[in-house]
Ligand binder design. Structure first.
Ligand code: SAH
Length: 362
C-alpha cells in the first residue's frame, strides 16, 4: 500500500522520468493495488457491482456446486475453501452457509492483497485466514477454489501493431504531463501468436502472464492434493485481438490512463489462454460455458422461485436479480464459467453444454 499522503500519479511520473516508460501491465498493477487498498469499491454506492452482490443465490449455488462434488468425491477430510479476491466476502458467506447446511465445513483461506478489503471480509467470515501469494496455500488436503471477477483485475501486457512490427504498449507522459500509452521501441513480434502477426496497424494483442501463473500454481496443487476450481469472469473464449482495458468509476467508464488508483482497471479474460496454460496437465477441464447456462443447469430458477415465494414483498427484486445474472442482455453470456478438477474427482455439474466460442471483438 502507498504510504499515507503519497500520490500514485506523482510516484509513477517520477518513475517514468527516472527510468523510462513503464508497460501497461506495470501501470495497471500499480493502479489496481492502490485502488483496492483504499477501501470498498463494490455495490450501488461504489464503483461497480458483482454477481454475489446482486443476489445471494449466486453464492449459494456455488456452495452447492462445491458440496456436490465434495460429496461425490467421498467427503474427503481436511478440505480448504480458497477464494481469490473475495471483495466484500459476500460470495464466501453465502457459499459457506449453503455448504454447512449439507455438512461441509472446510477451512477457509482468502487470497487478498487489500488490507481494507481483508478487514471487511474478516467481518463477514470470521474463521477466514489470509494469504496474498499462491505459495501460501495449504500443501495437504483437497482445495476447493473460487474466483469471481479476480482474473479480470490482473495486469495485462498490451502489444500494438505498427508499421515497423509489433511493439509493447508503454505508458509515458505527454507534454502537458498527462499519462498516455504509446508503442515502445523494441520489437515484440515474438510475443504475438503467428495467426495475428499480420494484423492491421493499431491492432492490439493482450497477454496476462500473471493469470497463467495463477492457473498453473492452482493446477499443480489440485493435481497433488485433489479438489476443484471455479473461475468466473467476463471474457472471450477464442484467441483474438482487441483493446479490452477499461476503467470504471461510479458505474461509468473512464479513461484508464487518467487518475491511476482512482478507477477500477480491468481487461477481458482470455479463457483460451487459461485453458491452454493447463492443457498439458492431467487436470480435468470443464467449460468454459456461459454463466447464464451454468446457473440454469444448477437450478437457479428453483431456488429463485422458492426465495420469491418465501419473501412476497421482495419477489420483484429477487426475480429482477435473477434476470441480471442469467439473461444474455445482462451478465448471462458475457460472463463465463471455467471449471477444473483433479483427474480422479467426479465430473463437475453444470458443464453439459458444449463449450462456448466467442471472440475478443464480440
Ligand atoms: N470477488 C469479489 C470481488 C471482485 S473485485 C466479488 O465478486 O464481488 C477484485 C478482488 O480481487 C478484490 O477483492 C481485490 O482486492 C482482489 N485483488 C485484485 N488483484 C489482486 C491480486 N493481485 N492478488 C490478490 N487479490 C487481488
Amino acid at each position: 500500500m502507498l504510504p499515507e499522503g503519497v500520490n500514485l500519479s506523482a510516484l509513477l511520473a517520477k518513475r517514468i522520468e527516472q527510468a523510462g516508460p513503464i508497460s501497461v501491465a506495470h501501470y495497471m498493477e500499480a493502479a489496481n493495488r492502490a485502488y483496492y487498498a483504499k477501501g470498498d469499491p463494490l455495490g450501488a454506492g461504489g464503483d461497480f457491482i458483482t454477481s454475489p452482490e446482486i443476489s445471494q443465490v449466486f453464492g449459494e449455488l456455488i456452495g452447492l456446486w462445491l458440496t456436490d462434488i465434495w460429496i461425490r468425491a467421498g467427503r474427503p477430510e481436511n478440505c480448504t475453501y480458497v477464494e481469490l479476491g473475495p471483495g466484500r466476502g459476500t460470495l464466501a458467506a453465502d457459499a459457506l452457509r449453503s455448504m454447512e447446511q449439507h455438512g461441509f465445513r472446510p477451512q477457509v483461506l482468502f487470497i487478498e492483497t487489500s488490507p481494507a478489503l481483508r478487514a471487511i471480509q474478516a467481518g463477514k467470515v470470521p474463521q477466514a485466514q489470509f494469504a496474498d501469494v499462491f505459495d501460501q496455500l495449504p500443501t495437504s488436503g483437497p482445495l476447493l477454489v473460487v474466483g469471481n471477477e479476480f482474473f479480470d483485475a490482473l495486469p495485462v501486457h498490451q502489444y500494438i501493431a505498427t508499421h515497423a512490427g509489433w511493439r509493447e504498449r508503454v505508458v509515458v507522459r505527454d507534454r502537458g504531463g498527462k499519462f498516455m500509452a504509446t508503442p515502445g521501441l523494441q520489437s515484440m513480434d515474438a510475443m504475438v501468436p503467428e495467426e495475428f502477426r499480420n494484423a492491421p496497424s493499431h491492432s492490439i494483442y493482450e497477454a496476462c502472464p500473471k493469470a497463467i501463473e495463477v492457473m498453473q500454481a492452482l493446477a499443480k496443487q489440485i493435481e497433488a492434493q485433489g479438489g476443484a476450481v471455479l473461475v468466473i469472469d467476463y471474457g472471450y473464449t477464442m484467441p483474438g485481438i482487441g483493446d479490452t482495458l477499461q476503467a470504471v468509476r461510479a458505474h461509468e467508464y473512464a479513461n484508464p490512463f487518467e487518475n491511476p488508483g482512482q478507477n477500477d482497471l480491468t481487461a477481458h479474460v482470455d479463457f483460451a489462454a487459461l485453458v491452454g496454460s493447463i492443457a498439458a496437465t492431467e487436470i480435468t477441464i470443464s467449460g468454459p460455458v456461459e454463466q447464464g447456462e451454468w446457473l440454469k443447469l444448477l437450478g437457479i430458477d428453483y431456488r429463485i422461485n422458492a426465495l420469491a415465494a418465501g419473501n412476497p414483498d421482495r419477489s420483484e427484486e429477487i426475480l429482477a436479480a435473477r434476470d441480471r445474472l442469467v439473461e444474455s442482455s445482462a451478465m448471462g453470456s458475457l460472463f463465463k464459467v471455467l471449471g477444473f478438477s483433479h483427474p480422479h474427482w467426479p465430473k463437475p455439474e453444470g458443464f453439459d453444454r458444449i463449450p462456448v466460442m466467442s471472440a475478443a471483438s464480440d
